[in-house]
Design a protein around this ligand. Structure first.
Ligand code: NAG
Ligand code: NAG
Length: 197
């Protein structure tokens, strides 16, 4: 049932850190969301990930390879991205303080202060091309330099972090009149957090 290990380093006001292991479920990180509206696409509907390589090591998950955009959007479309972490409590998924919403994802994906950049897009080799096309042009290939996926969360109240979690990532497109396009992507990653120390 366990596929691998991610180290979460939680730095509390830069004074000390707590390590958590995130035990990711077997299905790995390409799971379509369980609670998404009808018609929502899964990761394999939106990207060809046959050339992505992920392998688990004690220090984290090494990611390399490339992925190809499978859908076309208009250059004027706006892509909205959300990242939310939910905690399983008393029989249902509850929101947590870990939420991120970028209404105009294409403008911020390469901002150095953004989590999107720190944990994913900084490792793209063809940044100039992706900056221009974002994720809107079919057959665009995102090429990754190999990186170690380690999540580092800062200024976290760690009293209550163990348990069952899922991270839900949603991408939606809006046309020039701000009307949501029917095809949206939702991916979720489920796992358990265990305190190491
Ligand atoms: C994507 O990955 C495949 C398999 O490793 C490789 O053959 C191909 O050259 C890569 N494409 C690009 C654009 O790097
Ligand atoms: C941390 O969370 C606990 C309960 O989860 C709460 O009682 C405490 O006040 C919180 N501490 C801070 C500094 O927010």
């Amino acid at each position: 049932m366990i596929r691998g290990l991610v180290i979460l380093v939680l730095a509390l006001a830069n004074t000390w850190a707590t390590d958590y292991n995130a035990l990711i479920d077997d299905e790995g990180i390409y799971v379509k969301c369980s609670e998404a509206p009808a018609g929502t696409l899964g990761p394999r509907d939106v990207f060809n990930i046959d050339n992505m390589v992920m392998h688990m090591e004690p220090e984290g998950i090494y990611v390399s390879g490339n992925m190809t955009v499978k859908l076309n959007f208009l250059p004027s479309d706006r892509i909205s991205a959300r990242f939310s972490v939910m905690h399983y409590e008393r029989g249902s998924w509850q929101p947590t303080m870990f939420n991120l919403h970028s209404p105009n994802f294409c403008e911020v994906m390469f901002d150095e202060d953004q989590y999107w950049f720190k944990y994913w897009f900084r490792y793209i080799r063809n940044k100039e091309e992706i900056r221009e096309k974002c994720l809107k042009v079919k057959d665009t290939v995102l090429v990754y330099d190999e990186f170690l996926m380690v999540l580092h969360l800062e200024n976290v109240n760690t009293s209550n972090l163990q348990g069952r979690y899922k991270a839900v990532i949603t991408l939606e497109a809006f046309d020039e009149h701000n009307v949501r396009r029917p095809s949206s992507l939702c991916v979720e990653i489920r796992g358990d957090l265990e305190r190491v120390t």
